[in-house]
Every structure is written in C-alpha cells, then in structure tokens.
Write a protein that binds this ligand. Structure first.
Ligand code: ATP
Ligand code: MG
Length: 582
C-alpha cells in the first residue's frame, strides 16, 4: 500500500448515483476520463482481468477461437447492412486525412461475417465459433452508473456459423451452457429471460439479466417458470367477440372531461350502468407520438390502449428499434387540425382517416371490444364504439406497461415484475447478415447455400460494476473470491517495527505459495485508517498483524461476514492457502 498507485477517497464523487460507482471511485479502482469513459487503475484492472480470464476460459472450453478485430473500422461493410444509417447518433464516426469515413465499432457482426466469407467456402469448414474480447464504442444518449453504461466498454462477442438450422440450434445451446458457467463463476444473482433481438434481427433470443434494482431493464416472471424482458412479452390476442347485441355507437356530451379520471366520473354520474360502474379500463386512450427514423425522417404515430394502462417507453422503443420515439408536443399537435387534444378518437386516426396518422392499438383492443373514447370534438365522447365494426386500426403494438399480476402469456400464472441489467445476450441471427454480405458456402451437393449465424455478447467491463453492486455493504466493497483484486489484505497494525517485519515475512510466504497479497505497510498511518481502507477495498480476507503477535497469533477476518478468528502465526499461511483454494 505504500507504493501501490491508489488514493482512497473519504467523500463520494459528486456524479455517482449508484453504490457500485461511488465505491469503485472511492476505493481507487476507476477514474472518470470523460462522460461514460473511464480509466482502470491498478486495483480495477486486476478485477477486470479476472472477469476477462473467466470469460476466456469458458469460451475456449467450448472450442470457440479467439481473434481480435480493430476498433477503428471502415464504412463500407456497415453500409452493406444499412447499419451506417441505422445506428444514427449512436455511433462515433470519423474521417481520415483523405476524407474517407470510418467508425469506432459499436458491434462487429459485419467484420466476423466478412472474415468467414474470405477464408471459408465449404460446408466442411463449418461449424466455426469465433470470439473476441474487445473495446466497443457507442455514443450512448445517457451514459450511466460509471462503467455500467459506458460510451467505451469491453464486450465479449462471439459468432457461430452453421449450414443448417439444427447446427445453429446446437451452437446456440453450447453458448448458452457456457454463459451459465461464466455467470455462475462470476458470482452474481442473474436470471435468463426471453428477449427481443432488437436492431439485430433474427429469431430465438435470451438475455442474462443481473437482478439489480438499479438496472434499466424490467423483466417479468411467473410461478410456472415463464421469464421475459418486458420488451419481449407478447400479450395474447383475445378471441374475437360477437357484437350483434351491441347498441350503435352514440356520441354524448361529456363537458370538461379531458382526462380519463374526469371522464370516468362523468360516465358514472350521467350514464350509470347496472352491471358495474365505469372504470378507466372501459375507455380507449389514444396517445400521440412522433417517430424519428435513423435517416432523420419524422412520422406521427397514434397508439390506442385501455385507459388504465400507461405507455411503457422502453417497451415501445424495443418494438420500434432503431426508430426513436418521443411524445407529440403541442406545436406538432397543431399541425394536425383534426386532432382535438383530450378528445382524440379512432374516428380521425388510421391511414385513410382524416388525420392520416398511422394508428396501432394494444392487443387488448381486439375485434368486438367496446369502448368509450374521444369523439374528436371538444367536450364530447363516443360510447359503445366497437373495434372491428366502428373502427379498424392499422395493426397492434406492444406498448402498454405491464402490471404486477397480469397473466403470463403462456398461462403459467400471474406475473411479477423486477428490475435487472443486461449482462449477456444470445441470439440466433439466422441468415440476415450472411445474406446482406453474401456469405455462402458449397453444401454436400455442390450447391451454394447461405450460412446461418448466432450472435452472443457479454458485457465484460459492465460485469465489474454489476458484481460490485451486488457485493458491498456500508463500509465498502466485498468481492467474491474469484474476481477479487487480491486474495489477502494484510495489515501491519501498530508502530512496533516487529509487526511490520512479521507482516512482510507473512506476505512473502503467501506470495511464495501463489497467493496475491495486498500488504498495508504504510508506516505513519493509524490502524483505524488502515482498517477503513481494507474494508473499502474489499479483498475477501483481511489479516491483522497487531497486538496478538505477543501471544503468537494474528487475526483473520472475513470481509463479508465480519467473522474474526485468531490463528497461530505458525499456521496462518496454511490456513489462508486453505481458505483461498477452497
Ligand atoms: P443494453 O440493453 O444494456 O443497452 P444492448 O442490448 O445494447 O445492451 P448488446 O448489443 O446486446 O447490448 O451488447 C452485448 C452486451 O454488451 C450487453 O449484454 C451488455 O452486457 C454489454 N453492453 C452493451 N452496451 C453497453 C454499455 N454502453 N456499457 C457497458 N456494457 C454494455
Ligand atoms: Mg442486447
């Protein structure tokens, strides 16, 4: 500690909102260089390398081969897949001295696909699994929580190349198994959920989410084992209902009812029903949005959903990616004179209707359902408006926020919601990239066939804050042994030179046995300050060489449980080797 390049801080950094970020900065693991861009200090780099090692070992174990692409990439391959445009503001772009376009790779599907295309030409060469552990660049709109959402970060990305669909399935399964082993070894709480494949296209897809309150993803799970990112949940479409007994739609005066709550109160006062009172779920709310396509074109969109549901922005974006979504502001609204704020109904929505605005509805707004909704006139609503009879939406969209207790789509019980952050994502890309980049091989019959691909990512740098987030207490970090920056933190506690001598001897013996040791040999610091630093830094075992030495013992303390034990000096090396080797 007297020479280690570290300065612990007593104060929390001003820009850190989550505990892992605060602690990693205070304990001297990382330092901010720019928003979303961080330096690994020596302690941090050790933890990071441990994560990297575990990922690499398990990838090698399934027979994936490591290679490394550059981070600085030419435009052309990304043009071929349209991602030069699709990525929009999310990618860092630059020009070389000749004016040629380059980008800093946000992900490398194109490069992997082209490499296989260049080198391989026969089904006999496949399957092949390739991976890299490499720095990615994404100009994230909201870099957050230190390294959790960085603009420069390290990803392990692998790709599988197969001729047949069964081959892809096997490659996918092998990666899935490797991911389970990796995340079990890394030591954090995670859940595997169904996912959407987002901008990548493709079919089967799962995410490994770390279960964390500070995460940006919401996932649902049911008692029957269903688990999915909310973005991937498909609400089952109800069977069509007959409408023969439905009265004709009728417009009513509903003065001063611009909100759902005021409308429901009005309905119960002016149009009471025998069977049950009106609730927000009887109303059809129409939300207006503006979509921005990657090429910059803007387009209005209306979404109809039951009045007791909110639009979940993230879920909606998940469906529309790479299109960006924002609420329609008043200025934009004024450009559509048929829209009456607070009283907008399907009467003017949909392609071909007065506003011409595309109209998508929640799957619960299905054929035969009856609604109270805006009549497109101030202070008026229409009742008994039947979907399929009185209006026909342009399609459905999963944009409504899910709620605790909603039924699981597979009938496996009520859903509960929780938060998480994506640590890994595996999906079957299929033939999309191979098709756009022309990756074909000759099959057994000498016929050219398009290769099918899988894509598998892990947030290697993200793992460090994620593990820290799940492994800390009010005093500091408590690393799991597998990724801790050292095995033992040895504190020479006291001024007596004999204490330091003994601590140094122990440190040397432990190193001799292959253990990594942090030795706090700082001569002028009080034991209290040293203990605080040891607790902040979070090495799993703290050994105090102090007062007990006159009785021939040192104290061995478990950082996580706080348990202390006096161990005879003559036995402590063996004792610690036992602890570390488990
Ligand atoms: P997210 O949903 O968190 O934005 P993503 O779906 O964009 O992630 P992928 O393209 O699937 O991410 O990348 C693979 C892995 O890389 C993710 O599972 C995640 O662990 C990690 N990752 C993605 N973006 C970042 C980032 N900005 N900072 C750190 N790690 C990231
Ligand atoms: Mg993902």
């Amino acid at each position: 500690m007297s020479s280690l390049f570290v300065r612990t801080l007593r104060e929390d950094p001003a820009d850190a909102e989550v505990p892992s970020h605060r602690l990693l900065v205070r304990a001297g693991y990382i330092r901010r260089a720019a928003p979303g861009i961080y330096t690994w200090l020596p302690l941090g780099l050790r933890v990071y390398r441990n994560v990297e090692r575990i990922v690499r070992e398990e990838m090698d174990a399934i027979g994936a081969q490591e290679l490394q692409f550059p981070a600085l990439l030419p435009r052309e391959p990304y043009e071929a897949t349209n991602r030069w445009t699709e990525y929009g503001d999310g990618v860092f772009r630059l020009k070389d001295r000749k004016g040629a376009d380059y980008l800093l790779g946000p992900t490398h599907e194109e490069m992997f696909t082209l490499a296989v295309k260049d080198l391989y030409s026969s089904y006999k060469d496949l399957p092949v699994w390739l991976y890299q552990i490499q720095t990615k660049y994404r100009d994230e709109a909201r870099p957050r929580a230190g390294l959790m959402r960085g603009r420069e970060f390290v990803m392990k990305d692998s790709y599988s190349f197969d001729v047949t669909d069964e081959g892809l399935e096997a490659s996918y399964q092998a990666h899935r198994d490797a991911y389970v082993r990796i995340f079990d070894r890394l030591g954090f709480d995670y859940v595997v959920v169904e996912a959407t494949s987002g901008a990548m296209g493709g079919s089967r897809s799962e995410e490994f989410l770390a279960r964390l309150e500070v995460g940006e993803d919401t996932f649902v799970s049911s008692p029957g084992g269903y688990a999915a990112n909310v973005e991937a949940v498909r609400t089952p479409a109800p069977a069509p209902l007959p409408w023969d007994d439905a009265p004709a739609a009728h417009v009513e005066d509903t003065p001063d009812t611009p909100t759902i709550a005021t409308l429901v109160d009005h309905l119960n006062a002016a149009h009471p029903r025998d069977e049950r009172p009106w609730t927000a779920a009887d109303t059809l709310k129409n939300v207006l949005l503006v979509l921005t396509h990657p090429d910059g074109t803007r387009e209005p969109l209306a979404i109809g959903l039951p009045g007791d549901r909110e639009v979940d922005q993230k879920r909606l974006e998940g469906q529309l990616e790479p299109i960006a979504v924002e609420a329609m502001d008043d200025e934009e609204l004024r450009k559509h004179p048929t829209l009456v704020k607070g009283y907008i109904g399907p009467g003017v929505l949909g392609e071909g209707a007065a506003s011409g605005i595309r109209y998508l509805v929640d799957p619960r707004v299905s054929e035969g359902t009856r609604w109270v909704t805006g009549a497109d006139e101030p202070g008026r609503h229409v009742l008994d408006l039947v979907c399929g009879r009185d209006f026909t939406p342009d399609g459905t969209i999963e944009a409504a926020a899910l709620r605790e207790g909603d039924p699981a789509p597979d009938g496996s019980g009520p859903l509960s919601l929780a938060r998480g952050i994506e640590m890994g994502h595996i999906f079957q890309l299929g033939r999309k990239y191979a098709e756009s980049l022309g990756l074909q091989v000759l099959d057994e019959n000498g016929k050219l066939v398009t290769v099918t691909m899988g894509s598998y990512g892990i947030g290697v740098s993200r793992a460090v804050p994620v593990i820290a987030e799940g492994n800390h207490d009010e005093l500091g970090l408590c690393w799991p042994r597998a990724i801790a920056p050292a095995d033992v933190h040895l504190v020479a506690a006291g001024k007596d030179p004999q204490l330091l001598q003994e601590a140094e001897r122990l440190a040397a013996d432990l190193s001799g046995r292959g253990l990594d040791v942090v030795l706090d040999d700082r001569p002028r610091l009080s034991p209290g300050v040293k203990f605080k630093d040891a607790e902040l830094i979070g090495v799993p075992t703290i050994v105090v060489v102090g007062k007990g030495l006159v009785d021939g013992v040192v104290e061995v303390k478990d950082r996580r449980t706080g348990e202390r034990q006096d161990v005879a000096v003559g036995q402590v090396v063996e004792h610690l080797v036992g602890l570390v080797r488990g």
